[in-house]
Design a protein around this ligand. Structure first.
Ligand SMILES: Cc1ncc(CO)c(N)n1
Length: 228
């Protein structure tokens, strides 16, 4: 599918690593979610790991509050932490509860190495660099699931096995998080890199962070499939 409109920065970075981006958004795990052929066991394995992922991912967005330079950046980061811990994670808790997995079990789940690699990479990008380094590493996660959600919703009906998951990301609530983050990111980039950001000396490093995070998303899906 064509790229959803989550701003210029996303459009450039997505284009800058298209093979990786497609490996992420068209992964076998994603296809299986869409057509319902993904084994339940693989889905639950993924979902438990994803709960732990979101705990650390929320810490990384919280670091965004720390690294913000404007109140607008701070507001968007704080709102994203809220969306993650109070909304997105509810999907994980509810789906797992129906399978007899408690919230405590989710919180205590042992992290797979792919999970550790991804979230700690993002946190380190933010600790080592500035706000843009952190955002470039966070972006594939937010926008990728937005794109996947929209893509799968086009062909899935309400009683499909993974409709609940798909709707969480196709939902206007999640889509508006993507749009808000995209707009804030464009502003943050313009503020620091000027009107022609791809010509900036920093662009290659930022693209590299985006590409690495995208590749780590691919590994995360691979890890999910290993749970079969
Ligand atoms: C691995 C991963 N990437 C992105 C998202 C979207 O928040 C998620 N829940 N999990």
């Amino acid at each position: 599918m064509t790229a959803p409109n989550y701003g210029q920065t996303f459009a450039h970075m997505r284009e800058g690593c298209l093979p990786s981006w497609q490996a992420y958004t068209r992964h076998a795990f994603v296809q299986g979610l869409g057509d319902g052929t993904l084994p339940r066991k693989a889905f639950l394995h993924y979902l438990v790991q994803d709960y732990v992922f979101l705990v650390h991912f929320s810490r990384a967005w919280s670091l965004g509050v720390v690294k913000s330079e404007t109140l607008d950046e701070m507001k968007v980061c704080a709102a994203t932490v809220d969306a993650l811990v109070n909304h997105e994670m509810a999907l994980h808790v509810k789906t797992c509860a129906a399978e007899g997995i408690s919230e405590q079990q989710l919180f205590d789940a042992r992290e797979e190495v792919e999970n550790i690699a991804y979230t700690r990479y993002v946190l380190d990008a933010g600790l080592q660099g500035d706000f843009l380094d952190l955002m470039a590493a966070l972006a594939p996660c937010v926008f990728g699931y937005g794109e996947i959600g929209l893509q799968l919703a086009q062909t899935t009906n309400a009683d499909a096995p993974y409709a609940g998951w798909i709707n969480t990301y196709a939902d206007p609530e999640y889509q508006s998080v993507c749009a808000t983050v995209g707009e804030m990111l464009d502003g943050a980039v313009a503020r620091r890199l000027g009107d022609d950001p791809t010509a900036s000396a920093r662009w290659a490093t930022l693209q590299d962070r985006f590409t690495t995070a995208t590749d780590l998303e691919v590994r995360f899906w691979d890890m999910g499939l290993r749970g079969v």
